[in-house]
Design a protein around this ligand. Structure first.
Ligand code: AMP
Ligand code: ZN
Ligand code: ZN
Length: 420
């Protein structure tokens, strides 16, 4: 009897759910509701309360917002974008910095097209678009680090090579055009990427009118997206997750540590400087002595041999992480006289704001807003680490997640019961 009752309840569940206004899990056919992952690079979590993002604020009001989302260390663009789509911390997915060296592959820099589109840098992990494709879900990416590379033999079904000159409106229109494709080609997982807020944050600092203007401009583009979706009757039939990769901290003028004064630069290989410097020995260098000196307390930075990085940063095991790491205190940067001489004008302009710092610092806190039929309405979720976004997305797409560092159970309560 009990079993019969259960079966009856199960059979009636969809009907009851429909009566209660429970949103659809599929697009009407047997495909899951499309999922659109939007990144606003450098959007610090508290920017949302400035009043310059009305569209985003209304998505948050009618959906879920996290008080903050903790980026993974280092709080840089490429490492965190890849974390969001793999659920792995940078040490585990291999994109350990925007600039890095690999014993076999040589040098990687986010501005180096050839490296960025070489799958060998990326294939320590399997990004969501590859898994989606394997599960028969079509994918389309309007920019996202990694999408230009052939990873495990696969690109997204639709993608564009990164070009910062493509306007925010053009990016939105491309996403809408992909959603207009005939059902067989229509993507079930899409990404959309905006960079104006990050640029303004670097150029003028997080508290500048320039950042506020970039917030307005980006929000207008989101408004165009929402209007386009409403026009198509899609707005309530798509799940959005709007995130950022990291926040932004003010760097006052002159807050530069000159590594020349601390290190014999001719005897080491400085892989990166900026917020997180990476240093490897040149052959024949007594590196232990250099490390011992660098690891002494310093007023504006802290250095560790990669084996001694604090465990909470989850960093240092990957062979691509340089032997010695120096992390600037928040609001400081690390540079050299040669670099400032060469790039002085440009660098001077780009150091009013920085990120890459300790991911526990609240100024590095990122944005998380989600909206759509799968999400609760009007929920403010406590802060959580960005590795949890991946298992959440895999769940929404009905995809078996790859091994990852995230935990779906920590974010499950963002979903309406029928979508859990
Ligand atoms: P950073 O502030 O150094 O972490 O770098 C962020 C910058 O990387 C952004 O402002 C973009 O201009 C750039 N960027 C974002 N995505 C890509 C990409 N797929 N390929 C190359 N550059 C990118
Ligand atoms: Zn970024
Ligand atoms: Zn940046």
């Amino acid at each position: 009897m009990k079993i019969l009752f259960r079966l009856l309840a199960l059979a009636l569940l969809p009907l009851l759910a429909a009566c209660a206004g429970t949103p659809p899990r599929t697009d009407g056919g047997d495909r899951p509701v499309p999922l659109l992952l939007i990144s606003i690079d450098g959007y610090r979590h508290d920017y949302l309360d400035r009043g310059f993002s009305p569209v985003l604020a209304s998505l948050a009001r009618d959906g879920v917002r996290a008080t903050s989302m903790q980026p993974s260390f280092p709080s840089l663009t490429f490492p965190n974008h890849y974390t969001l789509v793999t659920g792995l911390r940078p040490d585990h997915h291999g994109i350990v910095h925007n600039t890095m060296e690999d014993p076999q592959l040589g040098h990687f820099d986010l501005k180096d097209r050839k490296a960025v589109s070489d799958g060998r840098w990326w294939d320590e992990a399997t990004p969501l678009w590859v898994s989606a494709d394997r599960h028969g879900v079509k994918t389309a990416t309007m920019f996202w680090p990694g999408t230009e590379a052939d990873i495990h033999g696969m690109h997204p079904d639709h993608w564009r090579p990164y070009d910062g000159k493509v306007t925010a409106d053009q990016r939105v229109d491309q996403v809408l055009a992909w959603l207009d494709l005939p059902p067989a080609q229509r993507p079930g997982f899409l990404t959309l990427y905006f960079d104006a807020v990050d640029h303004a944050g670097h150029d003028a600092g997080p508290d500048s009118p320039q950042v506020n203007q970039a917030l307005r401009d980006t929000d207008e583009a989101l408004g165009r997206l929402v209007a386009g979706l409403k026009q198509r009757g899609l707005f309530d039939r798509i799940n959005f997750i709007v995130v950022s990769d990291h926040g932004m901290a003010t760097v006052p003028p002159g807050h530069v540590v000159l590594l020349d004064d601390l290190l014999p630069l001719d005897r080491v290989d400085l892989v990166t400087a900026g917020v997180l410097a990476g240093i490897n020995p040149k052959p024949g260098t007594d590196f232990a002595a250099i490390e011992a000196r660098m690891e002494q307390p310093h007023p504006h930075m802290q250095c560790w041999d990669k084996s001694r990085v604090p465990a909470r940063l989850h960093y240092g095991h990957n062979p691509r992480v340089p032997q010695l790491l120096c992390l600037a205190d928040v609001g400081w940067t690390l540079s050299t006289r040669g670099y400032i001489g060469e790039h002085g004008a440009m660098r001077g302009k780009r150091t009013r704001g920085e990120h890459g710092y300790d991911n526990a610092d609240p100024r590095m806190g990122a944005l998380f807003v989600a909206h759509g039929p799968a999400f609760e309405r009007g929920v403010v979720h406590p802060a959580f680490p960005n590795v949890d976004v991946y298992p959440l997305m895999a769940h929404l797409l009905h995809i078996v997640p790859e091994r990852n560092d995230g935990d779906y159970r920590q974010v499950e309560d963002m979903l309406v019961p029928a979508a859990r």
